[in-house]
Design a binder for this molecule. Structure first.
Ligand code: 5AD
Ligand code: SF4
Length: 442
């Protein structure tokens, strides 16, 4: 979400006639688009602002903007702590960023931390890092209250975008050569709860949206992030299974495997239900890859609770996991809980979890050895050659010309925890699901 906002900020500045500069000290506008999800993002902002202060003294034309979730969270405190900042612009006010910069030139520091989104970021101009893949926001904000999470406090309640607007954007993107879209929302599968289908009293469903985007010509890959397991209903599974352009990859945030901790986190599902969903989804979409988010060291987490998390990780066999050490966020319920877990204990558990998951990721990737997979080329590989991504969201390195946007079939030759090696790149056939070599020959 933050990256998507950054593309819009760059788009606004470019539309306003600005060009990127190589030298930070020469810049007339410097924007920090901030994240507040964990504490280290906080610390980094104030460090960076300190670094800019002498540069601004040497270049008085420089205007410094702090945007995003930290701006929404800290508001006026940013101007108190760093009075050389010119503009503070919250999560709902990105559209006015450029006007605020111009106003600040005449009238001094400006702040807009309004509580309500009028313009979806996706409706603003964008400068994309990638010409073939794009984010499309379908909703902003979140109505859940996971006790560790600051998002509802800085992004507000959920607001869904009209299906027609989402489709118009996806069609426009397809017209510009985009072949892959990622539908974006804090809680994508509760999409539509807060709006109605035009001309009726019916609420649109996330499954309807998936099916509609699946029909857009030119879009060959559809992803979405993030769903909440509790709202991953059968109709979403069916829509995924039926829609050939929806990729076989689900990000399915677990957070914890312990029922007691899930309760403390205010996550409504429990271990057994989570694992049952994983099974059900695998039955409906056999090639599906799962990724997840896990927090280690939530307040009060015992060794026994942590072992429950390991147990779920063993059983679910995720293809990959984003693992986080719990970070208390001001204003959230968990930050006020007693029983914060000592840092060394968190680190030790974290290392065990990462080691377990790396082994499982490797095993999942090894199962693809010898198989043909379709990749969408992203660019150059880190060690030369090309890099692409499978429908199941695995990074693949292979030899050949990196031509971004091209669909190729490759044969997997090597597996690592975080990527695959492959060879024999050739134009992709129209069947796009990862498949057995035998099936590919028939
Ligand atoms: N501490 C650590 N991790 C967090 N996340 C959200 N809030 C916190 C926090 N306070 C993680 C969750 C979420 C991901 C985006 O970030 O796992 O799914
Ligand atoms: Fe945060 Fe996601 Fe929970 Fe919403 S559903 S409160 S964004 S973790």
């Amino acid at each position: 979400m933050n990256e998507h906002d950054s593309e819009r900020i760059a788009g606004l500045l470019t539309a306003g006639g600005m060009v990127p500069t190589e030298e930070l000290g020469d810049a007339e506008v410097v924007v920090f688009n901030t994240c507040a999800i964990r504490e280290n993002a906080d610390n980094r902002l104030y460090g960076q602002l300190g670094h800019l202060r002498p540069l601004k003294q040497r270049n008085p034309r420089m205007r410094i903007v702090v945007a995003g979730c930290l701006a929404q969270k800290d508001q006026g405190r940013i101007l108190q702590r760093a009075p050389w900042v010119d503009v503070v612009v919250g999560t709902h006010a990105i559209g006015s960023l450029l006007d605020l910069v111009r106003l600040a030139e005449r009238e001094g520091p400006q702040m807009d931390v309004r509580e309500y989104t009028e313009v979806f970021p996706s409706a603003l101009p964008a400068v994309r890092g990638d010409r073939h893949r794009a984010w499309v926001s379908v909703s902003v904000g979140c109505d859940n209250r996971c006790t560790f999470c600051i998002v509802p406090l800085v992004r507000g309640p959920q607001r869904s975008r009209a299906i027609g607007d989402v489709l118009a954007e996806v069609q426009g993107l397809a017209g510009q050569g985009v072949v892959e879209v990622t539908l974006l929302g804090q809680n994508v599968n509760t999409y539509g709860r807060d709006i109605t289908v035009p001309g009726s009293s019916r609420r649109p469903l996330f499954a309807d949206l998936l099916r509609a985007v699946n029909e857009v010509e030119g879009i060959r890959r559809i992803r979405f992030t993030s769903p909440h397991p509790a709202h991953f209903t059968d109709d979403v599974i069916a829509a995924m299974a039926e829609s050939e352009n929806v990729c076989e990859h689900i990000h399915f945030p677990l957070q914890s495997g312990s029922d007691r901790v899930l309760h403390l986190m205010n996550r409504s599902y429990r271990q057994a239900r989570y694992l049952a969903w994983v099974l059900r989804i695998r039955e409906a979409i056999p090639e599906v890859a799962f990724s997840t988010d896990i927090i280690v060291g939530f307040p009060g987490e015992t060794e026994g609770d942590f072992r429950e998390t390991l147990r779920v990780v063993e059983e679910a066999r995720f293809d990959s996991a984003y693992t986080f050490q719990y970070s208390p966020r001001p204003g959230t319920r968990a930050a006020g809980l007693e029983d914060q877990v000592p840092k060394e204990v968190v680190q030790e558990r974290f290392d065990r979890l990462v080691a377990l998951q790396e082994g499982i990721s490797l095993e999942r990737n090894r199962a693809l050895q010898g198989r043909t997979v379709e990749v969408l080329v992203e660019g150059e590989g880190r060690k030369g050659g090309a890099q692409g991504r499978t429908r199941s969201n695995k990074v693949v390195h292979f030899e050949g010309e990196p031509r971004p946007g091209e669909f190729l079939d490759v044969t997997v030759t090597g597996a690592h925890p975080h990527h695959l090696d492959a060879r024999d790149a050739r134009p992709a056939r129209s069947v796009t699901v990862d498949r057995e070599p035998a099936a590919a020959a028939s």
